[in-house]
Design a protein around this ligand. Structure first.
Ligand code: SF4
Length: 387
């Protein structure tokens, strides 16, 4: 196996089996803590600077069993999976759980985790979600300071600004390398399949950033760029907080499309914004939070001067995507709320689109394949050769 293949395998393993990664990390970092953070806005740099491994808790794709009793069926699959992880002891790899977000379903899952295991610290430090308010900057800074204090309490150390600046650089370098891969894909290089790219980003959400970057660099040294091909270019949109099931991504390419860009949480949404390095680190962390929503608008935030639909249209123009597939986790309220705007904007621009509601338990793949083939056919008709 080449060093690039071995590195990709290591990334894939961390993405698909984070618990083994955490256990291995603990064995080489005795006495240090592992923090489970819930998506999508917790600044992992704060924990990293305290010597803590901050892991974004993924949907582990296990069936929901005992956790079914703790949340209503109309909660999204991710939160029902989190409740199940709590109910069956699968959150025991984390020394604590921290949340910085607002989605009501996420808060419900957090409450379940707190209720079922009162001994595990759960800190709910919500960042302001209304970003145009005159007090948004102050409130963000206050909450970031609170998160810093809570991490210090958990780790039993004081976070020095120099350590925080170093952690910011480490995450920025990793995100920058990831962005290079995503930008190359947008320009026509399909060296990585959507499943490979998803694994690479999901691994970044689990691993130490320096280790992740070194592995990714090894993968890139071995990969040859591919020429742009003639398949229908599609943009994947949505799937907040967790990864879509891998088989969905496989079917998309089998149906004659090539994914050229996305705004998925396990895609560009994770890596879109860097933390500024030229200003004091706490100020920079607060600025990053504000910048993220401009770099890629999120339906869990309110900001009157940025729109997901406008961003999506710009992105489609940048990548030359010929169709958009909306991957919406069933009952994801923020996504449901914004979807009509997205649909209208794309319809007006004449971009073919397909809405797919995903479920934690999976969806019928053959139906999905048929709908995709119809989308690909519609996009083909938009090509000049059809005129
Ligand atoms: S934003 Fe959507 S996917 Fe994320 S926790 Fe809320 S409902 Fe679930």
């Amino acid at each position: 196996m080449s060093s690039g293949s071995a590195a990709l395998e290591a990334l894939r393993a961390a993405a698909r089996d984070p618990r083994s990664y955490i256990r291995a990390w603990r064995s080489t970092h005795p006495g240090q803590k592992v923090l489970g953070v819930l998506p999508m806005n917790f600044p992992r740099e704060l924990a990293h600077a305290a010597g803590v491994l901050p892991v974004i808790v993924p949907d582990d794709q296990e069936p929901v069993t005992e956790g079914r009793a703790f949340l209503p069926e109309f909660y999204c699959g991710y939160t029902r999976n989190l409740a199940d992880q709590a109910a069956t002891g699968r959150l025991s790899d984390y020394d604590a759980l921290f949340v910085a977000d607002h989605c009501i379903q996420l808060l419900g899952a957090t409450d379940v985790a707190r209720e079922l295991d009162p001994a595990r610290p759960v800190f709910l430090g919500q960042l302001i979600s209304s970003l145009n308010e005159p007090w948004a900057v102050r409130k963000t800074a206050e909450m970031m300071s609170e998160l810093r204090s809570e991490v210090e309490r958990l780790a039993g150390v004081t976070i020095e600004d120099t350590a925080l600046a170093a952690s910011i650089r480490a995450f920025n370098r990793d995100r920058a390398l990831l962005r290079e891969v995503f930008d190359a894909r947008r320009s026509g290089d399909s060296a990585f399949s959507p499943v490979e790219l998803q694994d690479i980003v999901a691994a970044a959400q689990v691993m130490d950033p320096d280790e992740h970057r070194e592995l990714l660099a090894a993968v890139l040294r071995d990969r040859e760029a591919t020429a742009r091909d003639e398949r229908i270019r599609v943009h994947l949109s949505g799937h907040l907080c967790h990864a879509p099931r891998r088989e969905l991504l496989e079917v998309i390419e089998e149906a004659g499309a090539v994914v050229v860009d996305d705004d998925l949480w396990t895609g560009r949404r994770y890596l879109q914004a860097s933390v500024p390095e030229a200003i004091p680190p706490m100020e920079a962390i607060a600025q990053w939070y504000a910048d993220r929503n401009v770099a890629m608008p999120c339906p869990t935030r309110v900001q009157h001067d940025v729109d997901w639909d406008e961003w999506l249209l710009d992105s489609v123009h940048r990548s030359g995507a010929e169709a958009v597939i909306h991957l919406m986790p069933k009952f994801c309220e923020p996504h449901m709320l914004y979807y009509p705007e997205l649909r209208r904007a794309l319809d007006t621009a004449g971009v073919p689109q397909l809405l797919v509601e995903t479920e934690h338990e999976g969806i019928p793949l053959e139906t999905f394949r048929t709908r995709l083939e119809a989308l690909v056919e519609r996009a083909h008709r938009n090509r000049p050769a059809y005129a």
